[in-house]
Design a protein. Structure first.
Length: 281
């Protein structure tokens, strides 16, 4: 594999959310059309070129509470990432311990994981065909985050849990090869105007509804990435924080993007993303 060095910044296209007209509720259907592989939605996206800073060598400057994301070197014991049940049995427990170590949380509940493998020319949203998510977004709104607590925790525990601080934090890791292709860009929360830049989008599931944020273009956004993330490296991505008094980052817009500095013979990106509810005493 050739290398094109370690650029300090790249300029790349990021797809941003464009809401539907006239204040209509935005939605996307989570079930893909079996023929086209596309999901019905009533909003559009628009690409904008953004400067994305490579923070390799400066990872320690970025913490969950300050910017909304945090890098860490943490080799995994489970490395196959093939069978879902094996992942739940082996990778979930070690990941829960890693969450606790890095956040100081007292209770961590993983509610799902997503494996993405870039396969040129393939479409589809089925679990075995998930491609890099190439649109700036945040996985949960406040409403959806609270709903996740109700959905995944025992009903008798929920009232007390909601009285204290809780978060939703994703843990993202490359699988098998460095993530030089389709790397992950993360937006420094300090450059975000939450009420203007993040707008709710309804997710329509077969049996329920969820809600994410679509992220609109703001030229003042400060985008970062860790070029060539290795399978031994992880990034924590804060998607929600119940502390919303301005003292900490509440969420992190993020997206996969095409890095113009990626060598042409780079192996296709593979990654796993764990999503977890994180509680504090």
């Amino acid at each position: 594999m050739t290398s094109t060095g370690n650029p300090s910044t790249v300029t790349a296209s990021i797809n941003f959310y464009v809401p539907p007209d006239n204040g209509v509720r935005a939605y996307i259907n989570t079930s893909a059309d079996p023929v086209t592989g596309k999901r019905e939605q009533n909003y559009s996206v628009a690409p904008h070129d953004m400067v994305i800073e490579n923070v390799r060598g400066k990872e320690d400057e970025y913490t969950l509470d300050k910017v909304g994301f945090q890098f860490y070197r943490a080799p995994a014991k489970h490395t196959s990432f093939v069978e879902d049940e094996e992942i739940k049995k082996e990778y979930y427990p070690e990941t829960i311990e890693l969450y606790k170590k890095l956040t100081g949380a007292s209770r961590v509940v993983i509610f799902d994981h997503t494996i993405r493998r870039y396969r040129p020319g393939e479409t589809g949203a089925s679990p075995d065909k998930r491609q890099p998510a190439a649109q700036a977004h945040v996985d949960q709104t406040t409403k959806a985050s609270i709903a996740r607590v109700h959905r995944h925790l025992p009903a008798e525990d929920v009232p007390e849990l909601l009285k204290k601080r809780f978060q939703i934090i994703n843990l993202w890791r490359p699988i098998n090869v460095p993530a030089l292709e389709w790397p992950l860009a993360l937006c420094d929360y300090r450059s975000v105007v939450p009420e203007k830049d993040a707008l709710p989008v309804t997710l329509i599931f077969p049996d329920r509804e969820g809600e994410t944020y679509g992220v609109v273009h703001n030229p003042d956004h400060k985008w970062k990435y860790l070029r060539g993330m290795m399978p031994e490296e992880i990034v924590l991505i804060k998607c929600f924080d119940s502390i919303q008094d301005g003292s900490v980052a509440v969420f992190t817009p993020h997206t996969a993007f095409i890095d113009p500095s990626t060598p042409p013979d780079t192996p296709h990106r593979e990654s796993i993303e764990i999503r977890a509810l994180v509680f504090y005493d």
